[in-house]
Design a protein around this ligand. Sequence first.
Ligand code: AMP
Length: 563
Amino acid sequence: MSRIIGIDLGTTNSCMAVMETNGPVIIPNAEGGRTTPSVVAFTKNGERLVGEAAKRQAVVNPERTISSIKRDMGTDRKIKIDGKTYLPQEISAMILAKLKKDAESWLGEPVTEAVITVPAYFSDAQRQATKDAGTIAGLNVQRIINEPTSAALAYGADKDFGQKILVYDLGGGTFDVSVLDIGSGVIEVLATAGNNRLGGDDFDKCIVDWILGEYKRSDKVDLSRDAAAMQRLREAAEKAKIELSATTSAEINLPYISAGRSGPRHLSMTLTRAKFDELTAQLVEATMGPVHQAITDSGISMNDIGRVLMVGGSSRIPAVQEAVKRYTGKEPFKGINPDECVAMGACLQGGVLAGSVGGLLLLDVTPLSLGIETVGGVCTRVIDRNTTLPISKSQIFSTAADYQTSVEVNVLQGERPMASQNKSLGKFRLSGIRRAPRGVPQIQVTFNIDTNGIVNVSAMDLDTGKSQEITVTGSSNMSQTDIDAAVRDAQQYAADDEHIRERARARDRAEQLLYRAAAAEKGMERNRKKLLTASEKRVRRALKDDNEAELNAAVLELEGLLD
Ligand code: AMP
């Protein structure tokens, strides 16, 4: 087995590190850079470029240059170039293949093993897609770990703080926040939250929109339809943004940006930090919701947080640092390099797996609850959100109808109480159940989530020993937007949901009562039986009419007769 390299496969930039005798070391790429742009380009003469070379030619070849592919991981987006179709994991694999090649030439030995990081909030499908990308690139992905966890690993590996830390990770395209508990040799993720569609790119977009508006006003030219001009604008916007982290105003100069009747036109503007802060205030504010959620979910208070780690290039934005300070009441810790610490943590984890780093245990969590669909379309939770991984949990279920010989297991992910409101990760059928009245067969459903966050569900009939299982794969994914919406909806509709759940429970209770009544009728005295059948009829009618109040009254009556 080769040495295990740690790879931070970022939206904007990627970074890799390896364990040397004295600890983690960043592996420079073939161009000498410590980070590599996560950009892939196909030139017109069929050449494939990755990294700095791809980024540099993006201006003149915008249609055939792919950046921020990480945002599409786990989706079925198809990228068509020269009649060939690529999936996001194939594009990511091209980035990984370059990193692998560069690492091999720097180390002077083959590299086949890697630990790759993903945002903590990545869904199962996105993790799968990342693992697949590694495999396509010829890497044996030993472990997928969460980026903030990895950062904490780099920060706390040789320290024993016994404290809780908050990792605020704002990268190019994603935002993650995690609350971790650093104990002696154990790093436990207590909670994670985030937004997979928020990052430095959005800050750039605010500047681009501002430039477009200003230029339209002053020069009466709309640059938004000119792909090459837009690419130059995006680059200039990012450059200005980065400058504004160190200075209070930045010059934006783009000569020959368009051509008018009187010849070429140039663009020249000044963006002040105050204006930039005003343009992006909403984005900064949008990161506070997940911070609040992570704190709440972890069951601790802000006062318990000992340190706030800032990770990701965008965490260098002064307004971001100020907002975090204001919100947490803590001075953000700047002792770790926000661009490199994730890759370093990943290679430390690689060291743990290879046995060269001892005394460290990494405990991650699952970002969303998992369960199965049960009678009445209810989602019955088996594993709660933020449960520590790996986890294996079983629950016994039964049949809903008499003499049912097969059941369909609908695996659900999400926070809502009804199946239809959550994401179905996949379905499978367990057949060959011995014929028996409803409720008698014992079907054990087991959820297994491994350390990479990949879900496997099995169902076993405890009577016959027959079983079926599925591993949730990328084809049945849930997008980040879906996850965000699921969590938001769950909060917004909590009260409605409780009502819907109550109704489903009441209907189920009524069905069970009818079943009991049918059994009790046998051998019952005539007058009582008459009363009972009338009451059963009333329950059935209320069920059919879906009349909630009437159903409750009818159920009460029937219960009284059966007692
Ligand atoms: P990452 O995904 O962690 O590599 O972060 C990349 C993002 O960080 C990009 O959007 C960069 O423009 C942004 N970035 C890098 N350096 C700075 C800086 N000094 N100030 C503001 N943003 C930065």
